[in-house]
Design a protein around this ligand. Structure first.
Ligand code: GAP
Length: 513
């Protein structure tokens, strides 16, 4: 089995074993691409939401946050283009009966070409050592150039065929490249068809009068249709933003990568309303701001890159993804889109209501343009979780698994661990817990040897372990163990609040943005 797969399996099993993520409805054998967050997962997810909300809403006096309903008027999805155009090209393998996204098969083929180019670069870097000039090598080495040129040709042909709805050519491309079912090697493909990703449902009690609805496939439309409500009641002037965190639903064709691609997931989206003609400047600004937000997490700058879209969605005049290096390669984490005035204009047309803004400086009414930032919360969870999960060999040769989460995001900020239950240690530990619980989410545990308890806290990412021993009772001091260095120091109980706060406060992340 490939090493990459082993790593991914370990991530999934760790997430389950330590109460982060469970397959949904597991006792009924689960439900495909649906997952539940356990006790530690819910805390981590909430902390990621807080980091986003604070950075977007609290730190920007011209961005406000809202929370709109999942059910929306069905005409909204007609206006937004989702009824007609929210499709993925689908292809079945006739032998394995497995279903694939035709565009993903082609993109995966191109990713393999890029891997080959990377290997050439790696080999050369080893050969030339310090004298290696990566840029020079990339722009002159015939093999690297050939791999990259081939990718470009393939991707641009695919983009054009999808744009023209020429699904026959997408199939022809798959056949020409001799792309096979990755698991069985079969190249026996059906034709490519379009598949709408929205889930339908019904509103109302009786079958005849029920209205057909969709579960929202993005949270953004809740923001668009409330644009004027929010603008008027918040008295914001352009440019200003509306942010929202909420569930979205897509009937994904292929959903085999744990929480990377789910059928029910959460998005954190922000629509930034700007005067027409200024959108591309704001688009560049938000690309940079959003990348900095990710970089502040400290997961490594080398793990992020921009991917500018060749094929633009029906609503965009510029679009890019921030890609992250997941255990299965670089993939989209966040989208930044310059959505023009497409959505607001479409809602004006379909609703018959004006969605315009009076610009007192320009002395005119207009439909604002929109720059959107949209990040998948679950995908971000996976990025953080997979990057932070590490197996370490310690100086004495023993091993530990540690989840080195950014401290502000850790489910528990500290664990309170009386060395033993008797002699009043548990009672004293409880007083510390009761004093600090108003400021931090704390874990309390009395059972098992202290080493074992430390390991369990490492595995869920708790930045501090506080051990209460007999000296604590007379000296009012405790042993404070740091998750990352594993160093232990004796500190006064009176200093605990300050020390934990210094390390775990959101300020540490937010001040780096
Ligand atoms: N409002 C724009 C929009 O929805 P998108 O690129 O389709 O754009 C934005 O989605 C983000 O939502 C993606 O970058 C990804 O992080 C997340 N996302 C999309 N589909 C997802 C899925 N099936 N499972 C998990 N996350 C998903």
């Amino acid at each position: 089995m490939a090493k990459q797969e082993d790593v991914f399996k370990k991530i999934i099993s760790h997430a389950k074993e330590y109460g982060f993520i469970f397959p949904s409805s597991e006792i009924y054998d689960g439900l495909s691409a649906i997952y539940d967050y356990g006790q530690n997962g819910a805390e981590l997810k909430n902390n990621i939401k807080q980091y986003w909300w604070k950075a977007m809403v609290q730190l920007n006096d011209n961005i406000v946050g809202i929370d709109t309903a999942i059910f929306m008027h069905p005409t909204i999805w007609k206006a937004s283009g989702h009824v007609d155009a929210f499709n993925d090209p689908l292809i079945d393998n006739k032998d394995s009966k497995k279903r694939f996204r035709a565009d993903v098969l082609i993109e995966d083929y191109c990713a393999k070409l890029e891997d080959k180019a990377d290997k050439e670069i790696e080999k050369a870097a080893k050969r030339f050592g310090d004298a290696f000039d990566k840029k020079e090598f990339e722009s002159t080495n015939p093999r690297v150039l050939e791999y990259r040129e081939k990718q470009k040709t393939i991707l641009s042909r695919m983009a054009q065929s999808l744009e023209k709805e020429d699904l026959g050519d997408v199939k022809a491309l798959i056949e020409e490249l001799e792309i096979a079912d990755p698991e069985t090697g079969s190249k026996n493909w059906t034709d490519v068809r379009q598949f709408n990703l929205m889930f339908g449902t019904k509103l109302g009690a009786s079958a005849d009068s029920a209205t057909d609805l969709y579960l929202r496939p993005e949270t953004a439309q809740g923001i668009f249709v409330n644009f004027l409500n929010v603008q008027k009641t918040s008295r914001q002037k352009l440019p200003f933003g509306i942010a929202q965190i909420g569930k979205a639903f897509r009937n994904e064709i292929v959903a085999r990568q744990f929480i990377f691609r789910m059928r029910e997931f959460e998005q954190m989206e922000m629509q930034y309303f700007v005067p027409p003609g200024t959108e591309l400047g704001f688009y560049e600004t938000w690309k940079e701001k959003r990348l900095n937000w990710h970089l502040a997490l400290g997961l490594g700058a080398e793990n992020y890159k921009f991917h500018d879209h060749e094929k633009l969605a029906h609503y965009a005049n510029a679009a890019a993804d921030i890609e992250f290096k997941f255990p299965f390669g670089f993939k989209e984490l966040e989208g930044i889109h310059s959505r023009t005035d497409f959505d607001l204009s479409a809602h004006e047309k379909h609703s018959g209501r004006k969605l315009q803004y009076f610009d007192s400086e320009r002395n005119e009414n207009y439909v604002p343009y929109v720059v959107e930032t949209s990040v998948g919360l679950d995908r971000l969870f996976l990025a953080i979780f997979s990057n932070c999960l590490k197996d370490e060999v310690l100086e004495d040769g023993s091993e530990r698994t540690v989840l080195s989460l950014p401290p502000a995001l850790a489910p528990y900020k500290a664990a309170i661990l009386p060395l033993m239950k008797k002699d009043g240690l548990a009672e004293y530990a409880q007083t510390i817990f009761d004093d600090l619980k108003f400021d931090f989410n704390l874990f309390y545990e009395e059972k098992d040897a202290i080493g074992k308890r430390y390991r369990r806290q490492d595995a869920i990412g708790t930045p501090f372990c506080i051990t209460i021993d007999h000296d604590s009772l007379t000296e009012n001091t405790v042993t404070l163990r740091d998750r990352d260095t594993m160093k232990q120091e004796r500190v006064a109980v009176a200093d605990l609040r300050r020390i934990i706060d210094e390390k775990t406060n959101f300020r540490n992340l937010l001040s780096k943005i």
